[in-house]
Design a binder for this molecule. Structure first.
Ligand SMILES: [Zn+2]
Ligand SMILES: [Zn+2]
Length: 461
């Protein structure tokens, strides 16, 4: 996970907006028309990467490429100042190359340093204020900055396009909404569906001397410029090759044969190129009554409670006596390996897996209590399930007379987790290609009792 939410970030995502939450559900993901909640969800779930975010920002800028070259700019600028417009295009290309490690931070900084003062030049602000070109160049400049504000780039690009389409100084809301929707399509092309992580088996990738990898590479390189879209014919050929190699995943094949638009970062192409290392969204909290999913951010506790006192606000949707849930009721921690809950001196206590208050585990210890996959966390009358998208397939369990399970059990009993990387090799040999599972084993982090993966293998959930 190389992109983190900023400290205090999670405190905002449940308390703003009309619905009370800004996170998206699995049902909302495919149809959402505003990039903001999608980006927030990706960020807080750790299901993103700097590279993909930057490719998304670049794709938004390429949509307004023509605004960075418009001939009418010439009347505002002297010949030597036309350099500015050329640099805006260069900024987008550079940001794109940086995403794939082909440009340096120093190069990015240089182009940003050039563009920033020009934007505040009085001639620019007077002549071009509220013009599509001015906003477009700002998007181009944003795209080069570190750290990247992908949402800012997308917003500027949407406004620029809407301004161009309108006759007034302010963009029409209808056009703006359409641009935002098209940015959501770009996001979904790049990130896929984080609720359904998909992988491609190594045997498919190795087939015919890595034919699919070469086809994917060609599609990535030989694209339509300056729009930056991948060629649909090449992607269809990639789908055919994948299918012949044994890939049967309908999501992958359907996406590659779909109309797109596809851009650099397109998720099945990235899978073929080995540029995606799982979604990192191994486990999450699911609000049972509402079906809403709340991502857990590694190292950043999430408070369940009421109103703005908490990250997860149970107040808005609760029918029963909401005072049963304290303002700051309990705190859920996730360190990438296990989840634990700690009660924040709530009035009525926090319970795990009980139907009635008084039975089950009552969490009061200040150090907290493990929450394992399949457990139900009950701060008052609301229920949160600890869920995962990872599945253990029966053939893996029967592989070598249940070797995987006995390895997991032995580590659990001995509390010696140093062999977890070996477990990854064994899992892979047994047929596992799930990147969340494999990368957790190979992450090199500390593992402890309550490790979600060992629990999953031992069937504890
Ligand atoms: Zn695509
Ligand atoms: Zn672990």
């Amino acid at each position: 996970m190389d992109t983190r939410a900023e400290p205090g970030y999670a405190a905002n995502w449940t308390t703003e907006g009309t619905s009370g939450e800004k996170t998206v559900t699995e049902a909302e993901w495919p149809n959402c028309t505003d990039p903001t909640p999608l980006l927030e969800f990706l960020r807080t779930s750790g299901g993103t990467s700097d590279r993909k975010l930057r490719l998304f920002a670049v794709a938004c800028c390429r949509r307004i490429w023509h605004l960075l070259v418009a001939e009418e700019h010439h009347r505002y600028w002297h010949k030597d100042e036309l350099e500015y417009w050329r640099r805006c295009q260069e900024a987008v290309v550079l940001a794109e190359r940086f995403a794939d490690g082909e440009a340096t931070k120093r190069q990015l900084a240089a182009v940003t340093a050039y563009l920033r003062p020009a934007f505040y030049d009085p001639r620019f602000t007077v002549e071009l204020s509220f013009s599509a070109a001015a906003v477009a160049t700002e998007a181009a400049r944003f795209a080069t900055e570190l750290p990247l504000n992908a949402e800012g780039v997308a917003t500027e690009a949407a406004v620029a396009a809407a301004l161009e389409a309108g006759t007034h100084a302010f963009p029409s809301q209808r056009v703006l909404a359409a641009k935002k929707k098209s940015h959501c399509d770009l996001l979904r092309d790049i990130f896929g569906n984080p609720f359904h992580p998909v992988t491609i088996s190594p045997t498919v990738l190795a087939w015919k001397d890595e034919l699919v990898v070469r086809l994917a590479q060609a599609a990535y390189e030989e694209r339509h410029l300056p729009a930056g879209t991948l060629d649909n014919g090449r992607l269809a050929a990639l789908a055919d090759a994948l299918e012949e190699a044994g890939c049967t995943d309908a999501d992958i094949l359907g996406h590659l044969r779909g109309p797109g638009p596809h851009v650099r970062g397109c998720w099945p192409v990235d899978l073929c190129l080995g540029k995606t290392k799982g979604t990192n969204m191994a486990v999450w909290l699911e609000w049972v009554e509402k079906g809403k999913v709340f991502p857990l951010v590694r190292g950043q506790p999430v408070v369940i409670g009421r109103r703005h006192y908490a990250d997860i606000d149970t107040y808005a949707d609760l029918d029963t006596d909401m005072l049963v849930v304290s303002r700051r009721h309990c705190e859920v921690h996730w360190d990438g390996c296990r989840v634990w809950v700690h009660d924040l001196n709530s009035r009525y206590g926090t319970y795990i897996n009980c139907n009635h208050f008084g039975d089950g585990v009552h969490v009061v210890e200040p150090e907290g209590c493990l929450l394992r996959l399949g457990d139900i966390l009950r701060p008052g009358p609301v229920r949160f399930l600890l869920a995962t998208s990872c599945r253990i397939e029966p053939p893996w369990l029967s592989w070598h007379d249940g070797l995987l399970v006995s390895m997991a059990r032995q580590m659990y009993d001995s509390r010696d987790f140093s062999d977890i990387p070996v477990l990854a090799d064994a899992l892979e040999e047994a047929g596992c290609a799930n990147q969340d599972i494999l990368s957790h084993c190979r992450s090199g982090g500390e593992h402890v009792r309550g490790c979600w993966l060992l629990d999953l293998l031992m069937g504890k959930s």
